[in-house]
Design a protein around this ligand. Structure first.
Ligand code: PLP
Length: 362
């Protein structure tokens, strides 16, 4: 790909490595530049890296009205050799195209998506946050820009990548499990819908549930399927539970569950972590029963941002609740977290192809 560089003058760019003296928030900071590419006349064209800032789109852009927009979330890490490595970006690129298919958006070859991210990180490499537990959060996204009020797939799009130097999702460390609300009032996705896509609208639709959960002191809703029988997701994470003896169980991926790269990765390396892993449909009733009986010893959520989020309590709308593992972080969850972040940060050998070095090109 022939990327055009229209960079900030050197005097306005970060000149020194970024060594924050305060804990960094997650997702709020930006780097100096962004990547942008247009889809017009049936092709992706004009890839460029320009200063981060507002862009112009028509007020009638289809994404603004009908939500034809998708995104991804990935991370890059700095290793002891001083180089920056992206983590499983090929999986994100693949999933972006799967989401694109579901929302009738033209695909972008995986290698083009990966090159876009690597070229941008290369330009803004001094923005990598040098702080314990920090990473460069990568946000690629595609949205429809055709100025049209008819409900149909757009003929024009933008693909963009922005970066956010971010602290760990839980700044106080991996110390306290979260609480989830079990409710039949909200559903994240319906069969035949967009639940398995990383579609912007799925997240707009989850806000109400999040606010409702907060009234119960819960950070998220445990989403059930539309028949309220099976466990689907833990807010914006895949749900997991761990059986006595160390078997991690993740709900089978259906078209109402996002196929988490974290979940897939943990299943791939389960034997190295010293656990077993399987997927099945998880009945809510069986789950609650098994937590109470002690057959289930730990539970939580898997996702790129937090990696592992143990759950210590499931609260119902009537105020009753069930507690998992004494509301403490369990040994298996800790072991998974440590092994996984060890791979990401280069402390533990990564499976072939999981980490890709960001080469210097400018
Ligand atoms: C709904 C939902 N489920 C699961 C995940 C976890 O997926 P991944 O591990 O690929 O980040 C995410 C987000 O990252 C999500 O938004």
């Amino acid at each position: 790909m022939n990327i055009k560089y229209d960079l900030k003058p050197e005097s306005q760019r970060r000149a020194e490595p970024f060594k924050p003296d305060k804990p960094l928030p997650f997702g709020l900071l930006r780097t100096d530049h962004m990547f942008i590419m247009d889809y017009e006349d049936g092709e992706w064209k004009n890839p460029r890296i320009i200063p981060y800032g507002p862009i112009e789109i028509p007020p009638g852009a289809i994404a603004l009205h009908y939500g034809q927009a998708i995104f991804e979330g990935a991370k890059a890490f700095k290793h002891d050799d001083g180089e920056i490595y992206t983590f499983r970006l090929d999986m994100n690129a693949k999933r972006m195209n799967k989401s694109a298919d579901i929302l009738c958006i033209p695909n972008i070859p995986e290698e083009v998506q990966i090159e876009a991210v690597h070229a941008l990180i290369d330009v803004d490499r001094l923005w990598f946050p040098e702080q314990e537990g920090a990473s460069l959060y990568i946000r690629p996204f595609i949205f429809a820009t055709q100025d049209s009020l008819g409900v149909h797939p757009s003929t024009q799009y933008k693909f963009m990548v922005i970066l956010s130097p971010s602290g760990p999702y839980y700044p106080k460390g991996f110390t306290k499990p979260i609480k989830l609300l079990i409710t039949k009032r909200f559903h994240r996705a319906a069969p035949g819908g967009t639940g398995s896509a990383k579609a912007a609208g799925n997240y707009a639709a989850s806000l109400q549930a999040g606010e409702f959960a907060a009234k119960f002191g819960a950070s998220q809703v445990l989403y059930l399927d539309v028949t309220n029988t099976y466990i689907e997701e833990a807010g914006a994470m895949n749900h997991y539970h761990i059986l006595k003896g160390g078997t991690v169980v993740i709900p089978e991926f259906t078209d109402t569950i996002l196929k988490s790269i974290t979940s897939q990765s943990i299943m791939e390396i389960a034997d190295k972590i010293g656990i077993k892993a399987k997927q099945e449909r998880v009945r809510l009733d069986d789950f609650i029963e098994a937590v109470k009986s002690g057959e289930i010893v730990e539970a939580g959520g898997f996702g790129t941002a937090a990696v592992v989020s143990p759950v210590g309590e499931y609260v119902f709308e009537d105020g009753t609740s069930v507690i998992v593992n004494n509301n403490e972080i369990g040994e298996y969850s800790k072991r998974i977290y440590e092994y996984y972040t060890g791979i990401q940060t280069g402390k533990i050998e990564a499976p072939e192809g999981w980490l890709q070095k960001v080469e210097r090109r400018v």
